[in-house]
Ligand binder design. Structure first.
Ligand SMILES: Nc1nc2c(ncn2[C@@H]2O[C@H](COP(=O)(O)OP(=O)(O)OP(=O)(O)O)[C@@H](O)[C@H]2O)c(=O)[nH]1
Length: 370
């Protein structure tokens, strides 16, 4: 069956995982894998900030829709259906991958995709969560409130867990991690990995879960199986989409009242990420690499993710900058098109003002002197 056929049921994969866990790393590998199999994947990327730097890591020929400036599971959830619809109409992809911002609650996201599957022919595939193994263990030790709980939700929803960044854990910590994950989600297949280096055929097959019954013959690469969520038979029904998004909306009113620390009343907050803050700073020109490295080394603990595109005054190339779990990473890039120099910081209740001052000093060349 071809993607351009009216009857084609488009498989849709959701990649979940905390900020900086390795979702984009996995996405790049999946795209290669599918393309080698002669398939045309399309991507929906969601970023909290207003620039999509992860998109720079995805090949240019892959159709991509960006959903920026909000979290896909919450503030821009209503747009998800429209985005999926447009992508299918325009590109006729063989499959779609949604890479959600790491702050997204996958249950909400799944709900959004499910809603869309009521009026579009979608086969929702079992959810893959990429776990930042080292960061999860650190938070487990500290039993840190909301971030830890969000990670737990991302773990609980998954059919497959990629335990990424195992290079940062020794074997006894690894055993602890497995024990922890077996408690949180005994059903999911757990695959340890470094840089999401996993057997992708196994990953995608394992993701089909215990049910495993195929209802479409012939298409080996994309067999239509029943997912854990009972959604895959959505293509047997031709629902009219006659309910408004608002009928599925959730009560957001509690969101800001429990922003600090644990909720002593044990309320089950769906929007655990409401405390996540984003600070975007467009740079006025090249900056000194040493000064930038210092700024990064001095970032408060509450900034747990940063990305950017930078030009350094003391090097000739431009760089894609990544910072996750306090590890900075620089990759030489030659971006196509008009990509500004920009840095995006993501974290919890950090002092934006102070960071902004430091960035200004960096631009002015006075940071090291301070
Ligand atoms: N040490 C280590 N670093 C890794 C591993 N996998 C990925 N990284 C690094 O972690 C950073 C984040 O990786 P991404 O793939 O961009 O993570 P992401 O989940 O897409 O990040 P967001 O889109 O911000 O949520 C990059 O600097 C990667 O090079 C790993 O197995 N070990």
């Amino acid at each position: 069956m071809k993607a351009s056929d009216e009857t084609y049921v488009t498989p849709i994969y959701i990649l979940s995982g905390f900020l900086g866990s390795g979702k984009t790393t996995l996405l790049a590998k999946l795209i290669d894998y599918w393309q080698e199999a002669g398939l045309k994947p399309a991507v929906i990327m969601n970023e909290l900030g207003d620039v999509n730097l992860d998109g720079l890591l995805v090949k240019q020929e892959v159709p991509m829709e960006e959903m920026l400036g909000g979290c896909i599971c919450c503030s821009i959830r209503g747009d998800l259906g429209v985005t999926i619809h447009e992508l299918i109409q325009k590109e006729h992809p063989d499959l779609i991958v949604v890479e959600a911002t790491g702050a997204a609650n996958p249950m909400e996201l799944l709900d959004g995709v499910t809603e869309t599957a009521l009026y579009m022919k979608l086969d929702i595939r079992p959810l893959i969560t990429v776990v930042d193994s080292a960061y999860l263990m650190e938070l487990f030790d500290r039993q840190q409130g909301k971030t830890y709980r969000l990670m737990q939700e991302q773990i609980r929803c998954a059919s497959v867990l990629i335990l990424n960044k195992t290079d940062l854990l020794d074997s006894s910590r690894m055993q602890e991690l497995l024990k922890l994950l077996n408690q949180s989600n005994p059903y999911a297949k757990k695959i340890p990995a470094v840089k999401c280096e996993v057997d992708l055929a196994e990953l995608l097959v394992e993701g089909e879960g215990a049910q495993g019954a195929t209802d479409e013959a012939g298409d080996q690469n994309l067999s239509q199986t029943h997912s854990h969520y009972g959604q895959s038979d959505s293509h047997n029904h031709n629902y009219t989409h006659n309910h408004s998004h608002s009928s599925h909306s959730h009560d957001h009113s509690h969101e800001h009242s429990h922003d600090h620390g644990q909720d002593p009343h044990g309320h089950d907050h769906h929007h655990t990420h409401s405390h996540v803050m984003v600070h975007t700073h467009y740079l006025s020109g090249p900056v000194d690499s040493k000064a930038f490295e210092q700024l990064i080394a001095e970032l408060p603990r509450d900034v747990y993710r940063a990305k950017g595109v930078l030009t350094f005054s003391d090097t000739s190339s431009r760089f894609l900058f990544q910072y996750a779990y306090r590890e900075p990473d620089f990759m030489k890039i030659t971006p196509q098109g008009d990509i500004p120099d920009v840095v995006v910081f993501i974290g919890e209740h950090f002092d934006k003002e102070e960071l902004s001052e430091k960035l200004k000093a960096l631009e002015a060349g006075t940071l090291l002197a301070e």
